[in-house]
Design a binder for this molecule. Sequence first.
Ligand code: ZN
Length: 123
Amino acid sequence: MYGRYGTDELNRFLMIISLILLLLACFRPLMFLYIPALAILIWTYVRCFSRKIANRRKENEVYLKLKRPITNFFALQKNKHRDRKTHCYFKCKSCRAVLRVPKGKGTIDVTCPKCGKITVKHT
Ligand SMILES: [Zn+2]
């Protein structure tokens, strides 16, 4: 493997997608998924054994850039659920940053840490 790219987050994602498609291809009406599953699997191995490390890193960076908003959304939903009894979440009206304030404090002034705008909120 010396001089080869190896594996990364994109390869792991492609491998999982390929395995899911292969499992779905076991069912007779979904047999057409066998070809794209194999193509993705071959692409994964080509990326893994590639010597063009800079190109593979760029592909992985693009993947991570696309994945980040999705993972951030689910992390926020998880935090909202975890803090549902103790905190309120809302968005700053000027910069759309998500702010978290404690519940049960009455009417409070909330200063956005990103843009500095002060908002009056009832919690
Ligand atoms: Zn703001």
